[in-house]
Design a binder for this molecule. Structure first.
Ligand SMILES: [Zn+2]
Length: 143
């Protein structure tokens, strides 16, 4: 669903200011759970759409009506939202593929390497006491 779908037609009664000839008015449902935020610019504490310049609509928490974001319903704002959803989706798939690839990395047995290193050192220098080697593995691809 798009942000513009949060506009709903609501009956308020014939003759009420803002109502159409049948007594309906268009209401913004700020607590719709499908609303997605879009980019805006703030000028003198008012938020305007970065794309069309209209004042932003609020997105509120269902229940306590706390403002949790701002959105616009214009075509470009909707395009921004759908583009970021695609990016998020691609990143998610990419992350999953990377995790699958990481499982294919050669397995490392640190204790075996440690033991082999100790044996090697002991064989070369009998004067060495056994020590606890402090081995750190550094992978340049991982932080
Ligand atoms: Zn807009």
């Amino acid at each position: 669903m798009a942000n513009k779908d949060a506009f709903t037609r609501s009956y308020v009664g014939k003759g009420i200011p803002g109502a159409d000839e049948y007594g309906y008015t268009i209401v913004w449902n700020a607590t719709s759970n499908f609303l997605k935020p879009s980019s805006y610019i703030t000028i003198h504490n008012k938020n305007y759409c970065l794309y069309c310049g209209k004042e932003m609509k609020v997105i509120q928490m269902n229940g306590d009506y706390k403002i949790i974001g701002y959105c616009c319903t214009c075509e470009k704002a909707e395009k921004e939202i759908s583009t970021y959803e695609k990016i998020k989706n691609i990143k998610g798939k990419c992350f999953e593929k990377c995790e699958i690839l990481k499982e294919k990395l050669p397995k490392v047995n640190v204790s075996k390497i440690k033991k082999n290193l100790l044996n090697s050192i002991n064989n070369k220098k009998n004067s060495f006491d056994l020590w606890d080697l402090d081995i750190k593995i550094k992978n340049p691809y991982e932080e």
